[in-house]
Design a protein around this ligand. Sequence first.
Ligand SMILES: Cc1cc2nc3c(=O)[nH]c(=O)nc-3n(C[C@H](O)[C@H](O)[C@H](O)COP(=O)(O)OP(=O)(O)OC[C@H]3O[C@@H](n4cnc5c(N)ncnc54)[C@H](O)[C@@H]3O)c2cc1C
Length: 387
Amino acid sequence: MNFDLTPEQDQLRDAVRALGRRYGHSYFVEKAKSGGHTTELWDEAGRLGYLGVNVPTEYGGGGGGLTELAIVCEELAAAGCPLLLLVVSPAIAATVINRHGTEEQRKRFLPGFADGSLKVVFAITEPEAGSNFHRLGTVARRDGDDWLLSGRKCYISGVDEAQYVLVVARTEDATTGKLKPALFVVPTDAAGLTRSRLDMEIVSPENQFLLYLDDVRLPADALVGGSLDAGLPALFAGLNPERITVAAMGVGTGRYAIERATDYTATRRVWGGRSIGAHQGVAHPLAHAAVQVELARLMIHKAATLYDAGRDLEAGVCGNMAKYAAGEAAALAVDTAVQALGGAGMTTEYGVATLLGAVRAGRIAPVSREMILNFVAQHVLGQEKSY
Ligand SMILES: Cc1cc2nc3c(=O)[nH]c(=O)nc-3n(C[C@H](O)[C@H](O)[C@H](O)COP(=O)(O)OP(=O)(O)OC[C@H]3O[C@@H](n4cnc5c(N)ncnc54)[C@H](O)[C@@H]3O)c2cc1C
């Protein structure tokens, strides 16, 4: 058993931390409130190779694994810059294309993931289906060699910043009559693809959208893996990276909030000589949150290590547990930090309440806490499926 990062991973952690701190939470909030995007941070992280750490070297990436990508997600969040697009583009989309794309698709897309110049977002959620992906209504139909996609997606993050969206659709299997998922790489400016931005109560430069696909025509090579049999494994390939990196973002956000709060409580004195942090009513909730964050961090480390060792099934259990634990810990840490800061906690200046919406959403998306509990009950505890 080894809890140490390699020297290279340690260096990566220090370097990403330094980059994140140069931008910081005020940069993130300023972009969010002005309707901008964190383009400078993204581009610099891309140039430095941090966004492509998990892309194989033959396509220009760092040749690392999910452990490295989780480090990038955690450290940027710990600097106050929780970038959701790290989860959808390098974690989900790059993994899906790397593991299940055709060689032509890998050559076409992976170099852009490697240097961060390519953003591909991910669209699975639909208004009618919600958590029940078996009800997906977006349909892909053959038209000669082309595909035609029609349907609706909701809450899709970052469509305005991305060149492509990886759309999960369903096709009718002619021989069995069963429905199969299929993944398509769709240009965000494709004819027939329209979007409208959702108003969300989250302070973030990254936006969510409703997507409408109205007979979007795609060439045959837009189908990930080039075959309908690639759809299901491709969809599953994105799940572990998604859960592990979103958990890392949650842990980073929790660390950030606790650091803001403890800096404050260690120096604020309203009862004479002692800091408010000397009062256990202030310190214990922060210490409790720190324990929860560290526990979640350990589980992320385990999940990423298993994933990088090719042990996908065990990584799935640990990744789900890590996501659950990190979602709860991040929400607890931010709420506790706000309380410890008193009135300052609710100001924009102290930069903690700005994260309340994001950590609340982290208990719902990309997979809700209830769906993770369903997974654990069924696959770990051997209970009957309830749905
Ligand atoms: C900020 C944000 C960003 C997002 N970005 C993306 C994105 O980029 N791409 C994308 O495809 N989607 C995205 N989503 C969508 C997200 O994945 C879904 O919101 C999430 O999967 C839950 O689906 P739903 O909202 O339809 O909830 P519903 O399925 O309607 O569920 C509502 C509530 O009921 C609970 N519930 C449902 N079924 C069960 C059950 N069987 N047992 C117990 N409880 C149950 C849920 O846990 C939830 O609490 C995003 C959402 C948010 C908030």
